[in-house]
Design a binder for this molecule. Structure first.
Ligand SMILES: Cc1cc2nc3c(=O)[nH]c(=O)nc-3n(C[C@H](O)[C@H](O)[C@H](O)COP(=O)(O)OP(=O)(O)OC[C@H]3O[C@@H](n4cnc5c(N)ncnc54)[C@H](O)[C@@H]3O)c2cc1C
Length: 451
């Protein structure tokens, strides 16, 4: 199992490539994590159960992967790796209960499209929608919203195959401890085979994207997050500017961006620009800062569209990322600390620093457990070094009682994470009950969850 600094030249998008001895190579979206494993594509829950049972009898390890959108090594496996691409169906919609039940491998995009045709939607989404529902909930994937928790907080119940191959049901009445812990599980409790999520009536969002002075945004942040349904800002390193993205529910009909604006925002500003700047920066690092200063020239854009089209956008430039969850009250301190780190780096950074907020929840391993949370994310092009930047930012945000995003790069260990999570021991108790032999562990989990 490997994690590399600069991206390796292997396959992308979790692609598999045949290698010598019946094992195949799997790598994540960013290309910074890869492993060689025996890959299986189960098509039913009973098949998953049989695979795990056989693996248990043979003393082998098993891990399920989603779309490989985690930057950390959480999904890696050097033994039996389960791809759940063929478990990607919607199993049922319960309108009265306001829920949808899906197989684990469905992507957020496919689910959003399916729900839309039935007049329904997920209440919130992150930046992209290519992750699977199981993978996204396993790491506490989140969007932004003062009154909206991470995707895992919408989990009503689930089914999973435990370390012995037995099917368990996690729901608040039948097995409340499993339900509580299994919503953010890092894949450490078993293989999820079905997930029931809360849904809401389909809605439109009126979106505004505009550059603003970062000091002004920070000052207004407590009001902005309460006034707008979704708001985030991207501070452009080495400038006083932030690109703000906000959206609020509206009854207005769809008024999409003009094709030119959409191309400019989603392709030129969010994608092409970063690729091009990065290429120039590789040749002449001193050119990065002047180029970064041009980014805020992207003008103000306003449009109305379906919720999932507003909340997500394509990401074509491959990068690596670290994201920290700090208490909401520490937002300004966190951003100022990152600004200081950026100012002192030996290699200039150009990727914007993303700031979002999320409602508190009661999930034992959720980074937003028990507190209104601000997420601060730092990114670097995958071919550029990130160690100095991420290590220094991590030290600053950890000092603010920060907790790392499980799917993103970080240097924390079980020993120092345990005190940061009040629900740590309840998660461990469920793990000991469901997977006493640690059928589902890997080196990344041993580091962050302990043996
Ligand atoms: C371009 C990009 C944008 C992103 N934007 C955001 C964002 O806006 N907000 C955010 O919070 N995160 C974001 N992320 C991070 C991403 O959402 C998480 O890392 C997420 O976990 C990835 O989901 P996945 O389906 O790719 O799962 P993987 O990365 O493949 O796996 C993640 C974890 O889920 C486990 N898992 C997968 N399937 C199962 C199963 N059936 N049963 C049990 N465990 C399972 C794996 O073992 C692993 O531990 C982004 C990542 C990228 C690359």
């Amino acid at each position: 199992m490997n994690s590399t600094g600069p991206a390796d030249d292997g396959p992308r998008e979790g692609a598999v490539v045949a290698s010598g001895a019946r094992r195949v190579r799997w790598s994540n979206w960013a290309g910074n994590q890869w492993c060689l494993a025996s890959v299986l594509w189960p098509t039913s829950e009973s098949e998953v159960a049989r695979i795990v049972e056989r693996a248990a009898a043979a003393g082998r390890r098993v891990r399920a992967v989603g779309s490989g959108h985690s930057f950390s090594g959480v999904a890696l496996c050097d033994d039996v790796l389960l791809r759940l691409d063929r478990l990607d169906r919607v199993l049922g919609v319960d309108r009265d209960a306001g829920t949808v039940t899906v197989q684990p491998g469905i992507t957020l995009r496919a689910l959003s499209e399916h729900l839309w045709t039935r007049g329904l939607a997920l209440a919130n989404l992150g930046d992209v929608d290519l992750q699977t529902v199981a993978g996204a909930t396993a790491t506490g994937t989140h969007g932004s919203g003062w009154s909206l928790g991470c995707l895992s907080s919408e989990v009503v119940s689930f089914r999973l195959v435990d370390g012995s191959g037995r099917v368990r049901v996690g729901d608040p009445t039948g097995d409340p401890d499993l339900w509580s812990a299994g919503r953010v599980s890092l894949g450490a409790l078993g293989v999820l085979t079905a997930i029931t999520l809360r849904v809401v009536p389909a809605f439109h969002l009126r979106a505004v994207r505009e550059p603003r002075r970062v000091d002004e945004v920070l000052e207004a942040w407590p009001e902005l997050v309460r006034d707008l349904d979704h708001v985030e800002f991207l501070w452009v390193p080495n400038t006083g500017w932030a690109l703000t993205r906000s959206s609020t529910r509206t009854d207005e009909p769809v008024r999409p961006r003009r094709r030119r604006d959409r191309f400019h925002q989603d392709e030129v500003v969010d994608n092409w620009w970063f690729g091009a700047v990065q290429r120039v920066g590789s040749l002449r690092p001193s050119a990065l800062v002047p180029l970064a200063r041009r980014l805020p020239s992207a003008g103000r854009v306003e449009f109305v569209d379906r919720s999932h089209r507003v909340l997500t956008a394509p990401r074509r430039v491959r990068f690596v990322e670290m994201e920290y969850a700090v208490p909401f009250e520490a937002t300004e301190a966190a951003v100022r600390a990152v600004q200081q780190v950026v100012a002192g780096l030996s290699t200039p950074v150009v990727f914007p620093v993303e700031v979002r907020c999320v409602a508190p929840d009661d999930i034992p391993l959720s980074p937003a457990h028990g507190r209104a949370t601000t997420f601060v994310a730092v990114h670097v092009h995958r071919d550029h070094p990130h160690e100095e930047y991420f290590t220094r930012v991590e030290a600053e945000l950890r000092a603010l009682d920060g907790r790392p995003h499980w799917g993103k790069l970080h240097g924390r260990t079980a020993e120092d994470l345990e005190p940061a999570y009040p629900g740590w021991s309840s998660f461990r108790a469920v793990r000991d009950r469901l997977d006493p032999d640690r059928r589902f562990t890997n080196p990344a989990l041993r580091r962050v969850l302990g043996p």
